[in-house]
Design a protein around this ligand. Structure first.
Ligand SMILES: [Zn+2]
Length: 280
């Protein structure tokens, strides 16, 4: 009976004993009893086995979790790597597009025979610029009209064989301008890509590029935060440029160029009859 009662006490204490929560005296009591009681010894051994098993299960669970976690990290790493590669590919593509446009533009800008026509829109005014260029000579006119078709200002610049004439015509009158201050006033073919690979690469980081059509031509649109630039795929030259002015009217210019069509007879000396010389 005595053994039996002690057995109950010991078995109640065993979980705490295993966890080493019991006092030295209690331990002595338990250990004395275990020496004499096989039943309690078996109970203790079973309890220890269970704990061992649980611990192993826990370990396995943790290993499984760590594996899952590190797999997830691996996937994230690959996604990040893929995004970086895609970004680099996008920037490189833009760079090569702009570089090849700049090479084409360079070739076309080297012609000394070209005709250029520009339409500049700003607010309610339109300025039409026409320029005939041949062998270093040019005749360029700039006409500003309002939306209702009224001419506001016309400027003419003539340069042929070292003779220069600059004229202005407005509601205020017709004047011959000082050619020293207007010398060299002319338009040349425009491109909006950089000259060189590295400059284009810098541009490629801050601009987007799409394929599009503009004025019936296949072009690339280079989009910045405040502009859209349409560039002819064939010539590398600008077709249209839109400057966005928040809170104001957008400014836009359409460009047309033809090469090797200008004749000497296109560069006609302007008639200065009725024009007054401006006194400086
Ligand atoms: Zn016992």
């Amino acid at each position: 009976m005595k053994e039996n009662r002690n057995c109950k006490i010991v078995q109640d204490l065993l979980p705490n004993y295993i966890e080493k929560l019991t006092t030295e005296e209690t331990n002595q009591f338990i250990e004395e009893h275990l020496k004499e009681c096989d039943e309690c010894k078996t109970v203790l051994e079973n309890m220890q086995k269970d704990i061992q098993l649980n611990a192993e299960k826990q370990d396995k669970r943790e290993v499984k979790y760590m594996k899952k976690y590190s797999n997830k990290m691996k996937v994230l790493k690959y996604i990040l790597l893929a995004l970086i590669i895609i970004y680099i590919a996008v920037v490189l593509r833009r760079t090569f597009i702009m570089f090849s446009l700049s090479e084409k533009a360079k070739e076309n800008k080297s012609y000394d025979n070209y005709y250029a026509k520009l339409y500049s829109y700003h607010g309610d005014s339109l300025t039409i610029t026409e320029s005939y260029n041949k062998d270093g000579n040019h005749l360029t006119t700039m006409t500003r009209i309002t939306v209702d078709g009224n001419q506001r200002l016309k400027l003419t610049f003539y340069n042929k064989d070292n003779e220069q004439i600059a004229l202005a015509e407005s509601e205020e009158g017709k004047y011959i301008l000082n050619t020293e201050t207007t010398a060299g006033w002319n338009v040349s073919p425009v491109t909006y890509v950089g000259d060189g690979f590295l400059i284009n690469m810098q541009l490629a980081f801050i601009t987007g590029i799409d394929s599009d059509y503009c004025n019936g031509k296949e072009c690339y649109v280079i989009k910045g935060s405040s502009y859209e630039r349409y560039i002819d795929k064939e010539t590398g030259l600008a077709i249209r440029n839109i400057d966005k002015n928040p809170g104001q009217n957008d400014r836009s210019v359409d460009y047309e160029y033809t090469f090797n069509t200008v004749e000497d007879t296109d560069i006609v000396k302007p008639d200065t009859t009725g024009y007054e010389v401006v006194e400086e």
